[in-house]
Design a protein around this ligand. Structure first.
Ligand code: BG6
Ligand code: MG
Length: 216
């Protein structure tokens, strides 16, 4: 019997994954690096600086820049990304998410957000669901990013349950690995690539019922 839900944000609650892609693609192009959607899969769930490192390594420019230059580039990408977020509204919640969250609340099931994004509070406010969550893990306080399970362990702690008592929702392979590494039940929200190790795979949350998941 499960007692709580832990949600990733980008690609699970809203489709900001495509906006991250636009912002990274433009920044990479400025550096003379071309990235495509297949490469972008590797950036899902990965923190800002680690994403930049992956792009630089992909373009063979890993050792060309100082830390200060990398920080400036990451900030530029984020400024562009935040511009792209300005029009975000409740209509941008992914199909079935709000109904699922409302049902969880009706069942008095605590819900937490475990996102690598430092923009998560801003995005959740734009989507008008910020106050619906019992906890939002601050990724700035973590020692390790996904696929390390730390963020999921912290999310479970924040809603006062053991990881084994939680269901985690993820659209990124790195996230599914983190969920499984701490013994949570993993729901993979698949868009393009198959998510290995997920206990259950769906295209959208409207394929799931809260009652069914609590029995897992
Ligand atoms: C994750 C996204 O949710 O957050 C990644 O899947 C992103 O693509 C990461 O890099 C960090 O986001 P932000 O908003 O802090 O740059
Ligand atoms: Mg995601």
């Amino acid at each position: 019997m499960k007692k709580g839900f832990v949600f990733d944000l980008d690609g699970v609650i809203t489709d900001t994954a495509k906006l991250h892609y636009v912002a990274w693609k433009d920044l990479a192009a400025m550096l003379g690096i071309e990235i495509d959607l297949a490469f972008n899969e590797q950036l899902k769930g990965v923190g800002r600086m680690d994403s930049l490192e992956k792009i630089l390594a992909y373009g063979g420019k890993k050792d060309d820049l100082s830390l200060a230059q990398k920080e400036t580039l990451a900030e530029e990408k984020n400024n562009h990304y935040v511009e792209l977020l300005q029009d975000l509204a409740p209509k941008d919640l992914l199909p079935g998410f709000k109904e699922f969250l409302d049902s969880a609340k009706a069942h008095h099931i605590p819900c937490a957000v475990a996102s690598a994004s430092k923009n998560a509070p801003f995005i959740l406010k734009k989507l008008e669901v910020f106050t619906e969550f019992d906890a939002i893990v601050d990724p700035a306080t973590l020692a390790k990013g996904k696929p390390d399970p730390e963020i999921f362990i912290r999310a479970a702690q924040a809603i006062h349950i053991a990881p084994e008592e939680a269901v985690g929702f993820e659209d990124a392979q790195a996230g599914i690995e983190g969920i499984k590494a701490c013994g949570m039940f993993a729901v993979g929200v698949e868009t393009t690539e198959p998510l290995h190790q997920a206990d259950l795979r769906v295209k959208q949350l409207n394929e799931l019922s809260v009652e069914e998941l609590l029995q897992k």
